[in-house]
Design a protein around this ligand. Sequence first.
Ligand code: SPV
Ligand code: MG
Length: 431
Amino acid sequence: MKTVYTCFCTDIIHEGHLNIIRQGRKYGEVIVGVLTDEAMIRFNRFPAVSFRERVAMVEKIEGVSRVVVQKKVTYDEIVEQLHPNYIIHGDNWKEGPLRFLRDNAESLMQKSKGELIEVAYTNSENALRMERMQREKLSMPECRRKRLRQLLKMCPIVKTLEVHSGITGLIAEKTIVETGNNLEQFDAMWISSLCDSTVKGKPDMELVDMTSRYKTIDEVMEVTTKPIIFDGDTGGLTEHFVYTVRTLERMGVSAVIIEDKIGLKKNSLFGTEVEQTQDDIEHFCGKIKAGKKVQLTADFMIIARIESLILEQGMEDALMRAFAYVEAGADGIMIHSRKKDPAEIFGFCDEFRKKDKNTPIVVVPTSFHQVFEMDLAAHGVNVVIYANQLTRSAIPAMENTAKDLLKYHRALEAEPRLMPIKQIITLIDEL
Ligand code: SPV
Ligand code: MG
């Protein structure tokens, strides 16, 4: 009997999946690979049910003769292990980022004298609705809030993109690229104080009030499912910070990062060029403890941000503070630097990891932008935040368009750089 292999990357079974099995049965016995959680994320599909439940769900389908684990998005390992005569897949992989998977499967089948079977992708209203409902459940606070902790266990490094609106949220949510042998997408979103202020035309000094910052979060949440890390600036007065924790937690935010500065806060990238005061350790630890005391779930994280390197207080001070903040209950630490070279950050991480193997480390490589994610991960970094690149790319693009409209007294010259109106419409989902 010939064998037919297919891979499922889903939390639900609908007529599309059943059709694949039915079609596959015409060629032989059908083996289904269930993608691991780690591989599912690469497809921009965060698992809403556990791997074990997904396996059990597929095992129950009539016509499935065996269920196996597929660990990678590509088929090499599975073909080597099972030597299937056929790989069956929906024809939706002929275009877009999934195309490389088709190429991968095709070349493996050619080598093993097997064949690809492609069936028309099921676009029924019911299947699409089921998929959308499943995805949108992930946006509920109880699902979204815990997702950062889940990702920290699944990803070598959690890739986080700055967002400040519905549209930037959609970019973080939907952008997916293939890199030859894998799929890449963002894991989480960062609500930056710098960008949330900048897009409002305000300086980054805790001037944009919390009500307005919550509104930004809400706008992003309305159209996304990915977890949110909120830039809480200094956290403000301890007596106020406890309310911030409660609100963020209730909204479904996963983490707040607060920095150990006090008084009028300015953006860290100014460093010592402007007057900024670092908080004393005891007082900042008190703020962390107060926040941890009021939170209601085990999901929410308070991450302490250390400004010692920014304020040129030295590595020892940075490390001493890091250990003190963890002792006070911080669920993670963020170490910041405005040096062009990542050596300072690497030095900190290496020393910190000698004593603390587990507390998540967050970094924001704005100044040391040449550093690769894998090198950060090798030094023990768990979360990388691209904190402002999206906004910084948008501003010059808009300025150039404004200049062209003025220069040419019409819109024709600007047009080639503009997104077609039709594409804007397809970017936005309707219920
Ligand atoms: C932000 O994005 O607002 C940050 C990171 O706090 S930084 O601008 O580098 O201080
Ligand atoms: Mg900030």
